[in-house]
Write a protein that binds this ligand. Structure first.
Ligand SMILES: [Cu+2]
Length: 314
């Protein structure tokens, strides 16, 4: 049974995974047994009742109360049982325990951003304490995305202008992949994240260290690197020279840019600022106008920091 389960399903790493898997296996096994029984009966009947003489006539059978009640009641009981089991699991997943730790989740094209109660923002990586319920309050910055962690058996859509929630508790430290399961654009398949479950003490240390990264006295370019990671820029831009959905930042500052409308410009500070805040004002030749605007999303200091960071990528 455990073997069969491992064959079908990913690792179960949340408190409700085993219940979900139990239901999954029950539906599969009872469905499989029914299929087997019906198939055997079908083959046997077609052999037993096949016409053996030319003049053989099938008797008229109007109905059989016993048979009809049997094949109605058995599936009904089975389905009600599956419903009750499923409903119980759903109710558990819907209602987070009151003492759950809350993290805000933002889905963006094409990345994840996690905001902690103390203001820390983590891009791509959701770090959580082991053995403690975590409630996610989620929304999207642009189109609909969907937060899916197969190992936890949770999946929830994220929408613009509306919060949706989900919760989980991971008893053991470990790492688990986050997928986006709502087709959201050209970078959808790369919209991956990671849940990192760590012991409580390690979580506290991490949170304090991350907090220090957002403090005002950080060197500008270093703050820029953090913003680059936190805001999902890295989903479309590389710093190693390879083009993604957007151009690489390597060698960008100071270079000559050509645009789809045939014009060109030098990538000075003002150009970089405009590219970030009004991203589609000038569209770089060879690329689609796929970049979201960061007007109203980033503070002035964050924009300055990003520019300083881009200038360092030579
Ligand atoms: Cu998505």
């Amino acid at each position: 049974m455990e073997r069969l389960k491992d064959y079908f399903l990913p690792e179960s790493a949340s408190t409700f995974a085993s219940d979900t898997d139990g239901l999954f296996m029950f539906i599969n096994i009872s469905g499989g047994l029914l299929l087997l029984g019906i198939t055997i009966a079908l083959i046997w009947f077609s052999w037993k009742y096949k016409r053996r003489r030319e003049d053989e006539v099938t008797p008229v059978i109007r109905h059989s109360t016993i048979l009809e009640v049997t094949w109605t009641v058995i599936p009904l009981v089975l389905i009600l049982f599956v419903f009750a089991w499923g409903f119980r699991g759903w109710a558990t997943m819907r209602n987070a325990p009151a003492d759950a730790y809350e993290v805000y989740v933002t889905g963006l094209s094409f990345g994840w951003q996690f905001t902690y109660p103390n203001g820390v923002i983590s891009g791509t990586e959701l770090v959580v304490p082991a053995g403690r319920p975590v409630r996610l309050i989620m929304q999207s910055r642009d189109v609909i995305h969907s937060f899916f962690v197969p190992d936890f058996r949770i999946k929830q859509d994220l929408m613009p202008n509306r919060y949706t929630t989900a919760w989980f508790e991971a008893p053991e430290p470990g790492e688990h992949v986050i997928f986006c399961t709502e087709f959201c654009g050209s970078g959808h398949s790369a919209m991956l994240g990671k849940v990192k479950v760590v012991p409580v003490a390690e979580f506290e240390t991490w949170l304090t260290a991350e907090k220090a990264k957002t403090e005002g006295d950080l060197p500008l370019a270093e703050l820029g690197r953090n913003v680059f990671n936190q805001q999902g820029c890295m989903a479309c831009h590389s710093v190693d020279g390879s083009a993604g959905i957007g151009p690489t930042f390597k060698g960008l500052a100071g270079s000559q840019r050509s645009f789809t409308d045939g014009s060109s410009a030098t990538a000075d500070d003002n150009y970089l600022r405009e590219s970030i805040l009004r991203s589609n004002a000038k569209v770089v030749a060879g690329f689609a106008p796929a970049m979201p605007s960061y007007q109203g999303v980033l503070s002035d200091r964050q924009v300055d920091a990003l520019i300083a960071f881009i200038k360092e990528q030579q």
